[in-house]
Ligand binder design. Structure first.
Ligand code: ASN
Length: 479
């Protein structure tokens, strides 16, 4: 019965993971974006991706008859996905620079930018000289961070890196870092929306330039042409100006909701209900699938680890060694960004996330399963064999039931770790609970309240998971 269930479940999950997500006649593209880059791309209070770029893209796709899946993530991952062919294009407040032109083909520029240097609103810092010995926050892989770095030797500051603009701003706002570098239109929008920072060079942006939509160099010519044609049209008929006015005109403050929506826990819960529920659901899905599949894989590794054949034991030890040794985030990046660059096969983020969890959690499970089997008294195996049971049967009938019982607490522990580890997958753009939290903070700057809500939701989930596991444990030991 259990076997059938496990097989059935595995088959369904495999089919689901492999199922193609789109089927349409019009060209369909995957486009990446920086999820926390207001006013260009951000989530509104209904969890929709909005902003100048998102509205532009919608208008252009409609005119040019193509469809697309928008993948919001950190700028650094978004850019890498395009440069290695995992995604078709990127629209993410991406400055057109000579270095990037080596790797990407850019569209017509669509917005003017330049780099601002920024300190806390009431900071005593007056000039770049004052940054000597201080820490400056930068965002990984951005043109603004390159600009900041180019000043480092001259002004003698230390740097630290963040993956998203909002966390970087907050680090300065709470006084951990003394300053940061970010694009002028982005910081000006944040300040207008209440971020307690100030720009030190409002009239002299560094490295003035423009944003462009980009595709991998020499690839996706049709998409780039369609973008340029569509952009020229929306510029000409006034749509572009309307979009810019929508976000930068007088009514823009409404995008982050009212004061009441943001300043009480209840208000935050209410105005972000939809985003929180879908983030929670994604976390639950990842956890349940990963727990089942990693347990199966781990038990297999454990059984291999006590095999009579030395090479099978060796194989199990090696797999456990590799996947237990790799940090989860490195493994996720390797599977999601690294492998497709090599094989040319795109992997959906969800699948990459599940595979990462199976390999990592499965390795830990394999190690304790092997240990559990080894812990069963040797005499048990000898007794079973002397009664005439072959090795396989003795293993299944005598050793496994006893061993698995010893392992129950380790399984429960591993389930909880798996649940917590799903949060690391936010790095590859999965919209689970943690990433949902980042996006909400990016919109309302209520770090304390939002992270408290997210932490409590995790604790509730962990409590439920522990109860469920204990209940199963009781059922098992009563048998
Ligand atoms: N403005 C950044 C750059 O051009 C991109 C970003 O942070 N979204 O590097």
């Amino acid at each position: 019965m259990l076997k059938k269930f496990v097989f059935g479940f595995t088959a369904i999950v495999m089919l689901w993971l492999m199922a193609p997500t789109v089927s349409a006649n019009e060209p369909h593209y995957t486009i990446t974006t920086d999820a926390t880059y207001a006013p260009f791309t951000f989530q509104d209070k209904n969890s929709q991706y909005v902003g100048i770029e998102q509205d532009m893209m919608k208008a252009i796709a409609k005119r040019e008859d193509f469809t697309y899946t928008m993948k919001p993530m950190s700028f650094n991952s978004a850019a890498q996905l395009v440069s290695n062919g995992q995604a078709d294009g990127i629209i993410a407040g991406m400055s057109i620079t000579p270095e990037r032109r080596q790797v990407y083909d850019f569209s017509t520029p669509y917005y003017k930018t330049g780099v601002a240097w920024i300190v806390k609103k009431d900071s005593k810092i007056k000039s770049l000289e004052d940054l000597k010995g201080q820490t400056v926050a930068l965002k990984t892989g951005t043109a603004a961070s390159e600009y900041g770095l180019s000043l480092q030797a001259k002004y003698g500051f230390k740097v630290k890196y963040f993956n998203d603009t909002d966390t970087m701003y907050n680090d300065v706002a709470v006084g951990n870092s003394a300053a940061t570098f970010e694009d002028m239109p982005v910081i000006q929008y944040a300040i207008k929306n209440g971020m307690k920072l100030k720009v030190m060079n409002p009239n002299q942006p560094g490295n003035a330039g423009s944003y462009g939509f980009a595709v991998e160099k020499h690839q996706n010519k049709a998409l780039l042409t369609a973008f340029n044609r569509g952009f020229a049209a929306i510029k000409k008929d006034g749509t572009y100006d309307k979009i810019v006015a929508k976000y930068l005109g007088a009514s823009q403050a409404t995008f982050s909701g009212t004061k009441a929506d943001n300043e009480t826990v209840f208000g935050i819960l209410k105005s972000n209900q939809q985003a929180l529920v879908s983030g929670l659901w994604q976390t639950i899905e990842l956890t349940v699938i990963a727990i089942v599949l990693a347990s199966i894989w781990g038990i297999l590794l454990g059984v291999m680890g006590v095999s009579q054949m030395a090479w099978v034991r060796g194989l199990s030890t090696t797999i456990i060694y590799i996947f237990r040794g790799l940090p989860l985030m490195v493994l996720a990046f390797f599977i999601y960004i690294g492998l497709p660059g090599l094989t040319g096969v795109k992997i959906p983020a969800f699948t990459a996330g599940i595979v990462t969890l199976i390999l990592n959690e499965g390795a830990y499970t394999g190690a304790f399963v092997r240990g559990g089997f080894e812990a069963v008294d040797r005499g048990q195996m000898e007794a079973a064999r002397s009664l005439g049971l072959p090795y396989g049967k003795a293993m299944r009938r005598v050793i496994m039931p006893q061993g698995l019982r010893i392992m129950v607490p380790s399984f429960i522990n591993q389930f909880i770790i798996t649940l917590k580890d799903t949060s690391i997958l936010s790095a590859i753009g999965l919209l689970e609970l943690t990433q949902t939290g980042s996006l909400i903070v990016a919109r309302n700057s209520q770090g304390f309240r939002v992270w408290a809500i997210i932490a409590i939701v995790y604790l509730i989930l962990i409590t439920l998971l522990t109860w469920l596991s204990r209940w199963v444990e009781n059922k098992m030991t009563m048998q």
